[in-house]
Design a binder for this molecule. Structure first.
Ligand code: BG6
Length: 488
């Protein structure tokens, strides 16, 4: 399906994200015929640039792409514009409106507009307000105006609500696209297909057959150049409030009645509503926080978090968390979900493990003298894109003996090429499909779950007691290792 004509405006276009992610994604969409027939791309930012200078910058950034094709780029470049503006003043936004009106006449983009905020969240409010003031947020029956925002959607429940009220003043919920790039990953999208397009898994997908679920995203990267942001966020806000919660919901949700954005998002919200609140006495058992110290990554010595540039030498920001989460509903009562994420860990792995229970009675126990491990389903999201199921077989030989074997499907061998996360996000936004975007009720429900935990950790001064050091290049703090091991 080809999107309808539209004008895309990228705020913060002089920044890193535009050159590194958005423009390459738009370029690849153009290569594959994924852009509308009529479109324009307008960069808008505080930096004083002319359209020509912006075009030159983008050409330089894009010419390093493997698939760079000058003729195709020439076409895109002729639809590329730049508007300098100050987010706090209406003047530049007025000029932007005039520019978009002219583009409508010259390029037939109609009045369809997408505003992509590739800016720090601190200016979301100013941009939404100015867009509203100059009349760029109105939709007519035949046109759309959409706003795309990236996380963080606030830093706790009150600030998330405040942000929403600001966006709501100018945009209706169906106009707001809150990105989570994990949702755009092919293997994450596959979770619902796997569960609900096969009849053999769903009957056992519950507390009766499943012992625990582990969802993990471990990274080798440290804080990089993002200390300013990360010091304020920490791993719970950076990874749990968004990506990890989405993975949890996809594994735990009830079957939606239709594969349609709101039906799916309704079911996710129900999962979030069922999360057992974290009582202070559970903190020690069900939450393990850590912070990386110096260590060795791939044979190279690396700094500890507190030695990283712009990190406070006595920082208490957690860079690792392992949380045991309980979904209090009929299906999942008593099944722990181990959610884990951390920086500077031994390997980069994004994985979901569904561990099934042992058989209820082992007729082999006397003969084999061994316990039988339960079946195990592993969905690998990174670096592998695969699904594997481990089950028991008879090991060949005269003596009865069991041997676990694994049946595996690798997406690399499947048909068709997936879209990169930003390509998918941009395409869906042009098509108006909110399936892979956060809805506000879910954002608030997740903050409602996490905010008391953050408060317990941060405001009660308990962090010092709960923040366990771990060496960069290890698998995290020792108290978490038992749960980490459930990944392998
Ligand atoms: C981002 C976080 O949302 O996700 C980063 O802000 C993290 O800290 C990144 O590194 C991980 O994404 P991926 O796709 O590399 O697993």
């Amino acid at each position: 399906q080809r999107p309808a004509p539209c004008a895309l405006v990228i705020f913060g276009a002089s920044g890193d994200l535009t050159a590194r992610k958005l423009m390459p994604a738009l370029y690849n969409l153009a290569c594959n015929g994924g852009l509308p027939e009529a479109y324009t791309i307008t960069g808008a930012a505080r930096t004083d640039l002319s359209t020509d200078q912006f075009r030159t910058r983008m050409r330089e950034a894009m010419s390093t792409q493997d698939n760079f094709d000058t003729a195709l780029w020439d076409q895109i470049e002729s639809r590329l514009f730049y508007q300098q503006l100050d987010y706090d003043e209406s003047q530049g936004f007025g000029a932007l409106k005039t520019m978009l009106d002219n583009q409508r006449e010259e390029f037939s983009t109609r009045d369809n507009r997408i505003f992509y905020l590739a800016t720090p969240p601190t200016v979301y409010e100013a941009i939404a307000t100015r867009l509203g003031q100059v009349g760029l947020t109105h939709e007519k029956a035949s046109s759309f105006a959409r706003i795309v925002v990236e996380k963080p959607f606030g830093r706790d429940l009150p600030s998330a609500r405040h942000l929403d009220i600001t966006l709501d003043a100018h945009f209706a919920e169906h106009q707001i696209f809150r990105i989570d790039h994990y949702l755009a990953k092919e293997t994450i999208q596959n979770i619902l297909m796997f569960r609900f397009a096969n009849s053999i898994f769903e009957p056992v997908w519950n507390r009766q057959y499943i012992e625990y679920v582990t969802c993990a995203s471990s990274e080798q990267l440290g804080v990089e150049h993002r200390a300013g942001y990360y010091e304020q966020a920490g791993v719970l806000r950076d990874m749990f409030q968004n990506h990890m919660m989405q993975i949890l919901a996809l594994v735990a949700a009830e079957p939606p009645s239709l594969f349609a954005a709101d039906r799916v998002r309704d079911e996710k919200s129900k999962v979030y509503r069922s999360l057992r609140p974290f009582a202070p006495e559970r903190l020690r058992d069900d939450l393990i926080l850590g912070q990386y110290g110096p260590g060795t990554m791939n044979g190279k010595a690396v700094l500890g978090y507190r030695q990283e540039p712009d990190v406070a030498p006595n920082s208490k920001t957690p860079t690792f968390a392992m949380m045991r989460v309980w979904v209090d509903n009929w299906r999942w009562q008593g099944v722990p979900f181990h959610i884990m994420s951390g920086k500077r860990l031994r390997e980069k792995i994004t994985r979901i493990v569904v561990q099934f229970r042992e058989v209820p009675h082992s007729m082999f126990r006397d003969v084999l003298g061994q316990d039988i491990a339960g079946n195990r389903l592993v969905m690998d999201i990174h670096p592998e894109n695969s699904i594997s199921l481990t089950f028991q077989t008879k090991a060949p030989g005269a003596k009865p003996c069991l041997s676990p074997v694994t049946m595996s499907f690798d997406f690399a061998t499947g048909s068709g090429e997936g879209l990169d996360a930003y390509e998918k996000v941009l395409l869906d936004c042009m098509l108006g499909d909110q399936m892979l975007f956060w809805r506000q009720d879910s954002v608030e429900l997740c903050w409602g779950f996490l905010t008391p935990i953050l408060e317990l950790c941060e405001e009660c001064g308990d962090v010092r007691e709960h923040l366990h050091p771990y060496s960069a290049g290890s698998w995290g703090p020792p108290p978490a290792l038992e749960m980490v091991n459930t990944l392998f």
